[in-house]
Ligand binder design. Structure first.
Ligand SMILES: *[C@@H]1O[C@H](CO)[C@@H](O)[C@H](O)[C@H]1NC(C)=O
Ligand SMILES: *[C@@H]1O[C@H](CO)[C@@H](O)[C@H](O)[C@H]1NC(C)=O
Ligand SMILES: *[C@@H]1O[C@H](CO)[C@@H](O)[C@H](O)[C@H]1NC(C)=O
Ligand SMILES: *[C@@H]1O[C@H](CO)[C@@H](O)[C@H](O)[C@H]1NC(C)=O
Ligand SMILES: *[C@@H]1O[C@H](CO)[C@@H](O)[C@H](O)[C@H]1NC(C)=O
Ligand SMILES: *[C@@H]1O[C@H](CO)[C@@H](O)[C@H](O)[C@H]1NC(C)=O
Ligand SMILES: *[C@@H]1O[C@H](CO)[C@@H](O)[C@H](O)[C@H]1NC(C)=O
Length: 334
């Protein structure tokens, strides 16, 4: 082995050389739960993430505007934004626990100077399926990771989409060609019933999970349920940070929230790394028409995994808090 190779090997082992940034398309609802904003903070401030596009799967104008404010604040104004149509002016109201506050309209309004979209007008956002098709058609084969941290409707539409000006491939073929991995926050493992799967359109969930042609990794509710993050962000992040604002509006000051979406994003960017391992050997996920899911031990010919933690719940929360605060500090600019 040449000296230069040894040096490269050592640097690699020390994590000094990082691989090419991961090309991500993020599919988020950014509406009812604040942990989507934590996931976006991670992705938009991580040097190993190359965000190709953000698609919003909850059809409210305020989710689109909030996403535009966040992209602008974290120096990603160039990233194209899709919003599910037809969208309305609805805002979140917590009639389940009567504890959590709405944040999307507030982030949208108070950080409107950072946004590319004009205030109260989300009409220039992309159609989500069109945006997927455009972005995928422009990328190298098997190079794109899609991270779904909300409902699966638009991915279902993507699979069913037909050829268009961007690509002569129908949806499933386009996904097969371009997507390296789909990462989904949803379901429970090895089996159960979880909101992202049943809460909006369980038919679409079953369509995506049971038919997706590339490798898929699932992050179940049991993973984020016991990992709490966000309180330190409200205490230690720059006061003007919009995700800090979102956590305080939703959750209160110095209070943490479950970490379903940020954990999923951490895996999407860094892989198994220091926090995760796969919980299964073989098998595949199956979703019933009502949104319940179960892990079946036989193979369906596709590589599927679900995640488990290799660290304690508390350590995983500390890793996220540390990354939130470092990201928010690096981005601080006004
Ligand atoms: C903002 O992003 C651009 C590339 O889009 C980069 O050149 C610039 O250095 C970034 N600025 C900061 C403050 O991160
Ligand atoms: C996203 O999904 C919804 C619901 O299935 C659908 O109405 C919409 O057309 C899809 N794509 C777009 C255009 O945002
Ligand atoms: C949303 O509200 C704005 C401002 O009140 C209004 O101009 C717009 O027409 C509304 N849009 C929708 C889709 O209801
Ligand atoms: C889709 O494919 C059909 C059949 O090859 C072709 O006639 C049609 O023009 C294509 N549509 C677009 C939008 O490219
Ligand atoms: C639910 O998803 C299925 C499959 O994508 C779609 O055909 C159906 O129109 C969707 N229903 C609603 C209410 O959006
Ligand atoms: C934040 O909450 C923790 C635990 O609940 C508590 O120990 C700490 O004193 C609080 N810090 C502030 C600044 O409120
Ligand atoms: C996280 O907490 C839950 C509930 O107490 C527990 O069942 C689980 O084993 C914990 N996970 C780890 C990795 O310690």
């Amino acid at each position: 082995m040449q000296w230069s190779l040894i040096v490269i090997f050592l640097l690699g082992a020390l994590g000094v050389l990082s691989a090419a940034p991961k090309k991500l398309i993020i599919d988020t609802d950014l509406f009812s739960d604040v942990d989507d904003t934590g996931a976006l903070l991670l992705a938009l401030t991580h040097r190993d993430a190359d965000i190709l596009g953000v698609n919003i799967n909850y059809p409210s104008m305020y989710t689109g505007l909030a996403a535009s404010s966040l992209l602008g604040y974290y120096n990603h104004s160039h990233v194209p934004l899709g919003l599910k149509r037809p969208f309305s002016n609805v805002t979140y109201f917590d009639d389940y626990t009567y504890e959590n506050g709405e944040y999307a309209s507030k982030v949208a309004y108070h950080w409107q100077d950072d946004a590319s979209l004009p205030w109260a007008d989300a009409s220039s956002t992309w159609d989500t399926v069109e945006l997927y098709r455009k972005l995928l058609s422009e990328q190298d084969d098997q190079s794109v990771t899609i991270v779904s941290i909300g409902f699966l409707d638009n991915l279902s539409r993507l699979l069913s989409s037909t050829n268009d000006t961007y690509s002569s491939f129908p949806g499933t073929d386009l996904v097969t060609a371009k997507v390296k991995e789909l990462i989904v926050m949803g379901g429970s493992y090895p089996s159960g019933r979880e909101f992202n799967f049943f809460g909006y359109n369980s038919t679409a969930t079953a369509h995506v999970v049971n038919n997706w042609p590339t490798p898929v990794t699932f992050s179940g509710s049991e993973l984020g349920n016991y990992v709490f993050s966000g309180a330190r962000l409200s205490l230690e992040a720059p006061e003007n940070d919009p995700v800090r604002g979102a956590y305080i509006w939703y959750n209160g000051y110095n209070k943490s929230r479950n970490s379903w979406d940020p954990l999923t994003m951490l895996y999407a960017i860094e892989g198994l790394g220091r926090v995760f391992r796969f919980g299964n050997f073989g098998g595949h996920n199956y979703v019933y028409p009502d949104g319940q899911n179960e892990w079946r031990s036989e193979s369906n010919g596709r590589e599927q995994h679900y995640l488990e933690l290799v660290v304690s719940n508390q350590t995983a929360g500390s890793v996220l808090d540390h990354m939130f605060i470092q990201g928010a500090k690096r981005a601080a600019h006004h």
